[in-house]
Design a protein around this ligand. Structure first.
Ligand code: UDP
Length: 192
């Protein structure tokens, strides 16, 4: 079920259900993407229709942060669960590792995604990080083509908001991946 908080939709799912839903979307094939809106996203989306649309067309939307959960309670449409994007990604990568799936990391300053990839392969034995690219590029089509060439199943897109949501909505389908998640500063965290 989707819950609307000031014009932005959220999935009313517990963290483990969020991961299971992502896993079924990946198994189903086709292109899907997930967003992790916090209160700043909701405010920004109010004045940015393209951003709002990219958020609301996502297949999965998780309340990333306690602020959204509080707002949902005040508005009388309570979302009982907070689903931090980093925790979601970690649980998804555990599942991907078991399945032997391929992950692409897009975003952050040069060198960060590569370091994050090395750490993630160690933390999730069996996970294949099949490519990385920093988040400061001009040629969107060339990056989408690089992802396609990597034969990734899943990509983490960490370009900050609203850039990552607009990028996933516009270029995601041409990359051939089955699932993308927009995760802000996650690569900086994973790089340690
Ligand atoms: N970033 C990027 N390309 C850009 C702008 C930002 O790759 O054009 C990266 C930045 O290096 C950082 C992440 O996006 O790793 C954004 O992190 P931040 O915590 O500021 O974003 P938020 O999660 O608050 O949206």
């Amino acid at each position: 079920m989707k819950t609307d908080i000031l014009g932005v939709r959220f999935d009313d799912l517990a963290p483990d259900e969020m991961v299971r839903t992502a896993a079924s979307l990946i198994q189903a094939g086709g292109f899907h993407y997930a967003v992790t809106p916090n209160p700043e996203f909701i405010l920004a989306a109010e004045n940015n229709p393209a951003f709002r649309e990219a958020l609301n067309q996502a297949d999965l939307s998780m309340p990333d942060g306690i602020g959204v959960v509080y707002a949902s309670k005040i508005l009388g449409r309570p979302l009982p669960h907070r689903v931090p994007g980093i925790d979601f990604a970690s649980a998804l990568m555990d599942w991907m590792a078991k399945e032997g799936l391929r992950l692409y990391l897009l975003g952050a300053k040069p060198g960060v995604a590569q370091k994050a990839g090395e750490n993630l392969e160690k933390a999730h034995p069996g996970l294949v990080v099949c490519g990385t690219h920093d988040g400061y590029f001009q040629d969107n089509e060339a990056v989408a083509e690089e992802i396609r060439q990597s034969a990734a199943d899943v990509a983490l897109v960490c370009l900050g908001a609203p850039k990552q949501e607009l990028w996933m909505a516009q270029y995601g389908p041409s990359t051939g991946v089955r699932f993308m998640a927009g995760l802000g500063g996650a690569l900086d965290v994973f790089a340690g």
